[in-house]
Design a protein. Structure first.
Length: 606
């Protein structure tokens, strides 16, 4: 059977076949869709092809082929290499020798949280190296923020990334943005800082649940012993002001930044359950995990979502004494498995499976009740025939996961479900071999560059050991609370072993640039169960690619870490464009999704 025939018979394509059957009996098509059968009957051609030529296009196929030209039609790669040179009239992009790679895939992020940030958010602060750059980014954002509206940036970035290793002061924020309120919050729960206009707002605002925010003379917003965390109180006061349209704008901003750093698909590990009204004690992760998708889904229904999203279902209920017997525990997970479809949706948005947890992790040796509930969660998931993940890092905790997976396979058979292990930092060769025998994969922690070297000089992520085991392996940043969303930081760490300050923090476990890129493309495509459609530039796959400003394979380590895509393409549409490729040859892109940065809308020249 050919690869194309296998793809047509894959589980994912059953949904496409069902949709085609509905269309055939006269059901309305989505906005912007066409009935190809009717088009062919009328003699209409396909939408004009898009051809990218004169580049160094690393396909990441089985042979790691590098070609000069690729042709795209109807959102998929039609031809790659010499075959792409021939065909009907097309929109053309002259790559001018630039390096092209498949669209990067993030296998563990909290993108939907980023898509719910209040205010006019600036995700790009994670790319800054000093406070001058931070202030310049805030000043640039101000240009399209209406008077009275907050400019914000929360989570993802780390103060220690910046040379000064501190937050800016009120006076510094005023110097950059004197006429709009500003609020920055480090990590998921602070500390924070504001400018003069923000200080005036926070010190005067009050609701039945929270009074004013205590702000220091220097703009600092911190936890006050016996009073409460002022940083999350400030977050609360901004969140309660959000309208649904504000959330839609935030979701579009999140997509724009995602495309800007070269990510075209995100596997979202969502957030711990936090239903009900917002509270002043909730950190960035405190969102209603039933409704936090609403703005993104509304954009998707309108055809305005332009990066791919796959959402897992996170459950972290532990032992609840009031529920009594084991058969009464885990009520939320039980209802999820009864009432939700896994792997359901389309090429742009789909559900995933259970992850990054099915229940709060309880170690058998230290928490018998917690362990029993966690173990029962694995049984419920296996019995329902769902995919499943657990995030663990230490040898002991990984052993608990591996032995439980083996027990689940013996009882239910899970090899066809492709269960996963997130983080996996210290997995031993023996544990990796057992996982591989179960047809499991791992997603490696690329975000550990954010920490310090171990005191004993040992590595902190066994990248080389994991890759050499042969187990399907992806990589992730675990943004956007504890780490940035930018994948090039993770790629740099995996290949150099150096942390944010340039210190060697992962000795002896470096992998090659090819191996690291494989993890972020084909490895993550396998982990997301989408390897038939994503991860490489091959005929028939979804047309996602990224054009880089530097040659990833040949530039220095420092330059590789600073790579900034100049063009990102999703489903054959340009969704990020810095303008660097325009001028030599006329080309166009007739769509509404192109963003030159994380907030300015741009269109290609006709």
């Amino acid at each position: 059977m050919s690869k194309e025939e296998k793809a047509r018979l894959s589980r994912r394509n059953l949904l496409k076949a069902a949709a085609g059957a509905v269309a055939a009996v006269g059901a309305p098509l989505p906005v912007g869709a066409s009935n190809r059968r009717d088009d062919d009957r009328r003699g209409n051609d396909h939408e004009r092809d898009l051809v990218l030529r004169n580049g160094k296009i690393h396909t990441m196929d089985d042979g790691n082929s590098v070609v000069r030209t690729v042709r795209i039609r109807d959102g998929r790669f039609l031809a790659v290499g010499r075959d792409a040179e021939q065909g009907p009239d097309a929109k053309e992009i002259d790559l001018r020798g630039r390096t092209v790679v498949p669209g990067l895939i993030e296998s563990h992020t909290h993108f939907v949280s980023l898509a719910n940030r209040p205010g006019y958010h600036v995700a790009g602060l994670e790319l800054a190296t000093n406070l001058a750059e931070v202030l310049a980014m805030l000043a640039a954002r101000r240009r399209d923020v209406p008077p009275g509206q907050f400019i914000t940036s929360m989570g993802g970035w780390l103060v220690r990334q910046w040379t000064e290793n501190r937050l800016p002061t009120l006076a510094e924020l005023d110097s950059a943005v004197p006429d709009r309120p500003v609020y920055l919050m480090a990590g998921g729960s602070g500390p924070g800082v504001t400018n003069t206009l923000g200080k005036a707002f926070f010190e005067s605002v009050s609701t039945p649940l929270a009074g004013p925010v205590v702000v220091g003379a220097d703009g600092s917003i911190v936890n006050i012993a016996g009073v409460g965390n002022m940083a999350t109180r400030a977050l609360y006061h901004l969140r309660v002001l959000q309208t649904f349209e504000d959330k839609r704008r935030s979701a579009l901003d999140a997509m724009a930044y995602t495309a800007r750093v070269g990510l075209t698909t995100c596997l979202d590990q969502v957030l711990p359950p936090s239903p009900g009204p917002l509270a002043p004690t909730q950190a960035l992760s405190g969102l209603d995990h039933y409704r936090m998708y609403d703005a993104w889904l509304s954009l998707h229904r309108e055809g305005k979502a332009y990066t791919r999203l796959q959402t897992n279902f996170l459950h972290n209920q532990g032992f609840i004494a009031a529920l009594g017997a084991l058969e009464n525990q885990l009520p939320e997970l039980r209802e999820r498995l009864r009432n939700t479809f896994p792997d359901f949706g389309d090429d742009m948005m789909r559900t995933g499976w259970i992850g990054e947890w099915g229940a709060a992790f309880g170690a058998q040796a230290t928490n018998p009740n917690g362990y029993a509930v966690w173990y029962e969660a694995q049984r419920l998931i296996a019995r329902a025939g769902w995919r499943n993940e657990n995030s663990q890092s230490t040898v002991a905790n990984i052993e608990q996961v591996v032995s439980t997976y083996e027990a689940m396979d013996a009882e239910f058979g899970i090899k066809d479900l492709r269960w996963g292990l997130q983080h996996a930092e210290m997995a031993t060769p023996e544990q990796l071999a057992r996982l591989k025998a179960l047809n499991c994969g791992v997603s490696m922690s690329g975000f550990r560059w954010t920490g310090e070297p171990r005191a004993d000089g040992l590595p902190i992520v066994l990248f080389k050991q994991i890759v050499e085991s042969g187990i399907p392996a992806g990589m992730h940043e675990d943004g956007v609370h504890i780490a940035p969303h930018n994948p090039w930081f993770a790629l740099h760490f995996a290949t150099t072993g150096r942390n944010y300050a340039g210190a060697l923090s992962n000795p002896g476990q470096q992998i090659t640039r090819q191996q690291a890129l494989h993890a972020y493309t084909r490895g993550n495509a396998w982990y997301a169960n989408r390897e038939d459609d994503l991860g490489s530039i091959e005929e028939g796959k979804l047309a996602d690619l990224v054009v880089l400003d530097k040659d990833y394979f040949t530039v220095s380590d420092a330059q590789m870490r600073a790579i900034k895509p100049i063009l990102s393409v999703v489903a054959g549409k340009v969704v990020h464009d810095t303008g660097a490729l325009r001028g030599r040859r006329d080309w166009d892109h007739d769509h509404d999704h192109c963003h030159g940065n994380d907030h300015h809308h741009r269109k290609g020249r006709k």
